[in-house]
Ligand binder design. Structure first.
Ligand SMILES: [Zn+2]
Length: 319
């Protein structure tokens, strides 16, 4: 993990491997300290705290959660007494998608179900190289907001803007206008293949346009290296490209799996985990089939299909 100072008072911890669960965290060193997203397990959360501890001492007064996924909330318990701020949908969604017991269970049974779910086995093995999900308790936000929430930190305004559902239902960006910084959460993946669970392409495009219009000097993405607005433009370019290619394949009668094996990855082939393309193709297909944006996913099946796509393309399997 690497500490970056991105402006006078804003910092980020980057998870440099940039694979699934390698989320970034932010720090605004004003108003008693604000940490943004708390990592995937306790060891990573402690390491993040150690790095931020070189900048400021003591427990931060606040934590902001950009969305409900486990890799952004599983260190919450290491901030006792902090005000935890999130969008109103987050607590219910955390119970649904970020139950640590489910992850612990997957790791435990992965070897047994490997014959039926080779993708689930592969992702469990990858995660075990870096993560330990034991001992995590789900700690819920204490302050909820709807569309916007503004903090005044020693005279510096911080805007929490609800932009969901793009990647997840609770997607929130954190804008510090005075310092030209946006903490984007998982509406921006940098140098790695994005994916979305709940949401629509339309909302995602709108959110990226908003970030571009804010014209930040630095964007701290949810995953991957720091970037500028070119990161938001690249993300939009990728999503537009995949949606268009998916539509072409859909009209030809191909399945989302067949499309995922065939779509030319072009310049995006160098991003981490290119086979995660399947999740974006399938999401486009759901829209073409007029299915609801919050239709549930069979995650074990998704990991299997990503494995199949990687194999068909001759790629190493990486999530
Ligand atoms: Zn994430």
């Amino acid at each position: 993990m690497k500490l970056h100072q991105v402006s006078q008072n804003c910092y980020a911890v980057e998870n440099e491997k940039n694979r699934v669960c390698d989320a970034n965290s932010g720090l605004i060193n004003l108003g008693g300290g604000v940490v943004i997203d708390t990592q995937s397990d306790l060891a990573h959360a402690r390491q993040m705290n150690t790095l931020f501890g070189t900048v400021r001492a003591g427990m931060p007064k606040r934590v902001i959660i950009t969305h409900e996924d486990g890799d952004h909330v599983w260190g919450n318990q290491l901030f006792p007494g902090a005000e935890i701020i999130s969008h109103r949908t987050i607590p219910d969604r955390m119970k649904e998608v970020a139950d640590p017991a489910e992850m612990q269970h997957l790791i435990k049974i992965a070897e047994q179900i490997g014959a039926i779910h080779p993708g689930a086995l592969a992702i469990a093995r990858q995660l075990q190289q870096d993560y330990d999900f034991d001992g995590i308790n789900l700690v819920m936000p204490t302050t909820l907001f709807d569309e916007r929430y503004t903090l005044d930190l020693d005279g510096t305004e911080v805007h929490l803007i609800y932009v969901g559902a793009c990647h997840q239902l609770g997607d929130t960006i954190v804008h510090v206008p005075k310092e030209g910084v946006v903490f984007a959460g998982d509406v921006i993946f940098s140098e790695c293949t994005p994916n979305g669970w709940i949401g629509t392409y339309e909302k995602w495009f709108k959110c990226l346009d908003l970030i571009i219009s804010l014209n930040p000097k630095v964007i701290v993405p949810g995953h991957g290296p720091m970037c500028g607005i070119e990161g938001a433009k690249e993300m939009k370019g990728y999503l537009e490209y995949v949606r268009e290619e998916s539509e072409r394949c859909f009209k030809k009668g191909l399945t989302s799996l067949e499309a995922s094996k065939q779509i030319d990855l072009g310049k995006y082939g160098t991003w981490h985990a290119p086979a995660r393309l399947y999740l974006n193709v399938e999401r486009a297909y759901r829209e073409f089939r007029k299915e609801p944006a919050d239709a549930p996913w069979d995650k074990a099946m998704c990991f299997d299909v990503i494995g199949e796509v990687a194999k068909a393309r001759g790629l190493g399997l990486e999530f």
